[in-house]
Ligand binder design. Structure first.
Ligand code: PLP
Length: 358
């Protein structure tokens, strides 16, 4: 059978050992006689899963004690509205637009107060993060919102601006856990799970405690970070199975040596693909070198009339879901933590073969 490599941007490939373990535990989790899906979220079995999942995430990201970790529903797009509900409260916030997702965050937040776009690379086709020195930051902003890895455009931050006392709120959906971060530099970190963490339906929010008292009184309890943190993310029924799979992914990541170790593999994988793209005129990636994403690598064929043939040939080789996002076109290879280096090697071999044939 052909080995399948899944380059989907999300929902995306998960580590095989995680899926095998989930399969083995499907009908009977640790002698409970139940699947995790069937357990009460308040029972001792599931509360132990949640506690371990949170502890492992804290270990992986070295989350300081003055941060709460929430396991919520609604994905990252829901957070686009939930963030201003929790932090804006009649004030104004700064947003930086570096791709389709941060642009969407601005559109969603606009209904909740004054949103100032303080830097944008839209006029340049979202090919880089504007130099920090050009950002028109407001000292009294309630927060500064950024998306540190733009999944569609393939643009990743290679540093953080100095925002002074303004808390930085970062959408890390598509690169969380792919590289070490200093959590203490952020006010809020959030991300949908379906790329580097687990199944869709779970959103992780890491929030500094002193930011929990700023919610608008109109914020519903399920969307109120303080209420959720006081109730162990259980104001509503949390996405229990998603949390369980996330927990298995965190255990797997710790076994790999943690985030610093996986970062080295991610660098190797990304270099392999970018180096090949840069070595030929047949394929093109226009993103500024220092902002090229290690997780999402969009590329174009110089002759776009070959797109269909490229995708068809890729599929025949078991290289799946390489079609670029509909807003951008071309191709995109998403190579999250769970994509083995063999998958990237297989892709590069196929790209070389296709180039020779055409
Ligand atoms: C960076 C980023 N932000 C937000 C989202 C939206 O996530 P969701 O559809 O889970 O709400 C995505 C999804 O692909 C994303 O990549």
């Amino acid at each position: 059978m052909t080995t399948i490599y899944n380059f989907s941007a999300g929902p995306a490939v998960l580590p095989k050992p995680v899926l095998e373990r989930a399969q083995a535990e499907m009908l009977d989790w640790h002698g409970s006689g139940m699947s995790v899906m069937e357990m009460s979220h308040r029972g001792k079995e599931f509360t132990s899963i949640l506690a371990k999942t949170e502890a492992d995430l804290r270990k992986l990201l070295d989350v300081p004690n003055n941060y709460k970790v929430l396991f919520l529903q609604g994905g990252a797009i829901a957070e686009n509205a939930i963030i201003p509900m929790n932090l804006l409260n009649g004030g104004a916030a700064d947003y930086v637009v570096t791709g389709s997702w941060s642009k969407r965050s601005v559109e969603d937040a606009n209904a909740y107060g004054k949103i100032n776009v303080v830097a944008s690379s839209e006029a340049d086709g979202f090919t880089h993060v504007p130099a920090f020195s050009t950002w028109k930051l407001n000292k009294d902003a309630a927060y500064l919102h950024i998306c540190t890895n733009e999944t569609i455009n393939g643009v990743e931050f290679d540093g953080l601006p100095d925002a002074g006392d303004v808390p930085i709120v970062a959408d890390m959906s598509s690169h969380i856990l792919s590289r070490p971060i200093d959590v203490s530099k952020y006010g809020v970190i959030y991300g949908g799970a379906q790329k580097n963490i687990g199944p869709a339906g779970l959103c992780i929010v890491i929030v500094r405690e002193d930011l929990l008292d700023r919610a608008s009184p109109l914020t519903p309890a399920v969307f109120n970070w303080k209420t959720q943190s006081e109730n162990q993310s259980m104001i509503n029924t949390p996405p229990t199975y998603g949390i369980y799979i996330a927990g298995l992914v965190f255990e797997w990541l710790l076994e790999q040596g943690g985030v610093s170790a996986i970062e080295q593999v991610n660098i190797q994988k990304a270099n392999l693909l970018y180096d090949y793209i840069d070595s030929t005129d047949f394929y093109i990636n226009n993103i500024a070198l220092h902002n090229r994403s290690r997780m999402n690598i969009p590329f174009f064929l110089a002759d776009e009339s070959l797109n269909d043939a490229f995708l068809k040939g890729a599929e025949a080789k078991g290289l799946l879901q390489l079609k670029g996002h509909r807003m951008v076109g071309g191709m995109r290879a998403s190579i999250y933590n769970a994509m083995p280096i063999e998958g990237v090697q297989a892709l590069v071999s196929y790209m070389q073969e296709f180039e020779k044939a055409h």
